[in-house]
Design a protein around this ligand. Sequence first.
Ligand code: 0L1
Ligand code: MG
Length: 257
Amino acid sequence: MNLQEVAYELYRHQQEGRELEKITLRHDGLTVDQAYDIQRFNIDNALAAGDRLVGWKMGLTSKAKQVSVGVDEAIYGRLLHSMELFDSQLSLQGLIHPRVEPEIAFVMKHRLAGEDVTARDVWLATECVMPAVEVIDSRYRNFSFTLVDVVADNASSAKFLVADQAYSPYQFAWDQVGVVMKKNGEVMQTGAGAAVLGHPVRSVVELAHMLAREGEAIEPGMVVLTGGITEAIHLHAGDEVVVEFDGMGEIFVEVEG
Ligand code: 0L1
Ligand code: MG
């Protein structure tokens, strides 16, 4: 099996917003380490085409998501400049079956690296914490995948939007922050920061450890999406989503129809 070829097939589907069957159906010997290699090949393709790495996302950080995929570990993906939304308008162009989920984002001021990084190291390295939403969009038919498939597909990352307002890391107990997500005026999901590995800071710790094993790091200025606080909800043309973060205002997503 040629990993570069497997990666390039997936890359074309990511670029063109076309779904495919999970790659493990045809390549059943693929390992999680090889899946991360595929993820990195495709990010390198995007960087070579002029994009920029702006951060990391953690995925499968809630018990509910881990159970639904049948795993007991979190995963990470890479965030590119081209994925970031700078206003509430979401175009469906290039997306297959997008879903949105509320997240808490950490923005770093110092480099974080090493398998011995602790929560205290994360607080000392963090510039600010911001409400955020992630739009995930698995390239696999019916969002049907194994751990290997989803890692190769950059942890289903598609778009993300960070709130205008930043907060001191010490201003809130981030595990207790409540979130309400409404679609077209109806409450669809509620949750609290503790859904993310017990506390979102643990997600950043876990990311630093996983990256250290690959010789990578969280660099100053990077954003880290720590993981979905609730289940993700489907988005369709014309939908209006409001995500309320307790004491921190709202993030709007308007799906262009
Ligand atoms: O951000 C996430 O937790 C998504 C990870 C991949 C699982 C999915 O696509 O639902
Ligand atoms: Mg997410």
